[in-house]
Design a protein around this ligand. Structure first.
Ligand code: 3EB
Length: 336
């Protein structure tokens, strides 16, 4: 039997030339002050997401593996894969409606995953310019995006909702930038939060089609037993399906941290058949999205208290997918 080591590594780096790791780069996302089209750059599958107002707040996320990587373009998507893991990234240019181009982009991505034999999507990120603005049809851009995504997922899964953890937040430009990780033989178990209505079951008032993502995804490489890495979705101040503490970033931050602690805690993992449990101190590679720049110090103080000194934490000032949400937090609780 072949076993695959858990050969996927994340790095969240401040701007500047990263120290070489000796590993192979699967994908690189530069969070920068403009957008940069998906492409192979210096041999690396790369994309730039417009999330920073100036050069100072740049951060680069690098996904690395222990095995050599093959990379290329598939239509306008960039991808790289190593036989076990696949990274893929794309941008949908600014459009009066995103429904069709988003549907097409995700269909193209799912086609690529099928073609290259990476059937299991582990994690998706999506950055949406003007996310709270109404499009020319009067539909909020996020809701229009959700329509296209849901239609792509319909074709992939029927009406099933088994999509992994995701992030869906604002961007400062470049239309929609998205990227994902997929696996050939690993197992991804999607996890919900007992305190929150599953996003795919949100009522109609939040848009014609609901968001398709899980609160967390537990990824276990094939050949390994037990829990693996826990990918925690973008998490906000939502209880049930309702935003709580509108206008109060501090309380929304507390609810957000409580939601994450609940999702990754032992009781919830056991309820999902996973004999494991994590705490906020296990969270790494944390990305914090804050709607108002002036709220960043308060949110940062709370995050520094909640997370470990070892956690890499990056802060971005962007809009969140509901106009009454002021903060959203994601991270990864790696396998111990
Ligand atoms: C929420 O809980 C907040 O549309 O993919 C978080 C993570 C949110 C992912 C997405 C949206 C998405 O509904 C918003």
């Amino acid at each position: 039997m072949t076993t695959h080591p858990n050969g996927l590594h994340c790095r969240l780096l401040p701007s500047g030339e990263p120290a070489p790791s000796g590993r192979h780069v699967l994908g690189r996302i530069a969070f920068m002050d403009h957008h940069r089209a998906p492409a192979i750059r210096a041999g690396v599958a790369d994309m730039g997401v417009h999330l920073a107002k100036d050069g100072n707040s740049r951060v680069t996320e690098v996904w690395e593996t222990d095995a050599p990587v093959t990379s290329g373009m598939y239509q306008d998507l960039v991808y790289a894969h190593d036989g076990e893991y696949l990274f893929c990234a794309g941008q949908v240019p600014a459009n009066r409606s995103y429904r069709e181009p988003v549907r097409d982009a995700y269909r193209t991505a799912f086609d690529l995953l099928a073609k290259l034999d990476y059937p299991t999507v582990m994690r998706i990120w999506q950055f949406i310019t003007d996310i709270n603005r109404a499009n020319p049809d009067g539909l909020e851009v996020y809701r229009d995006f959700c329509l296209g995504r849901a239609e792509a997922v319909d074709r992939l899964l029927g009406r099933a909702d088994d999509m992994p953890a995701a992030t869906g937040v604002g961007a400062l430009g470049g239309g929609i930038s998205w990227y994902l990780l997929a696996s050939r033989s690993g197992r991804a178990r999607n996890i919900e939060n007992p305190l929150q209505v599953p996003a795919p079951s949100y009522p109609h008032r939040y848009g014609p089609r609901p968001p398709k993502f899980a609160r967390a995804t537990c990824f276990t490489p094939s050949g390994l037993e037990g829990a693996g890495d826990l990918f925690v979705a973008g998490t906000a101040g939502i209880l049930g399906h309702r935003t709580v503490h509108a206008g109060d970033v501090e309380k929304q931050c507390d609810v957000t941290l409580g939601n994450i602690a609940t999702v990754i805690g032992r009781e919830n993992l056991l309820a999902h058949g996973i004999d494991d449990g994590r705490t906020l101190k296990d969270l790494r590679f944390v990305k914090v999205y804050v709607r108002h720049e002036e709220d960043v110090p308060l949110v940062a103080a709370k995050c520094e208290q909640a997370f470990s000194d070892r956690a890499e934490i990056a802060y971005f000032t962007v809009d969140i997918c509901r106009s009454d949400l002021l903060v959203e937090i994601e991270g990864i609780a790696p396998r111990p």
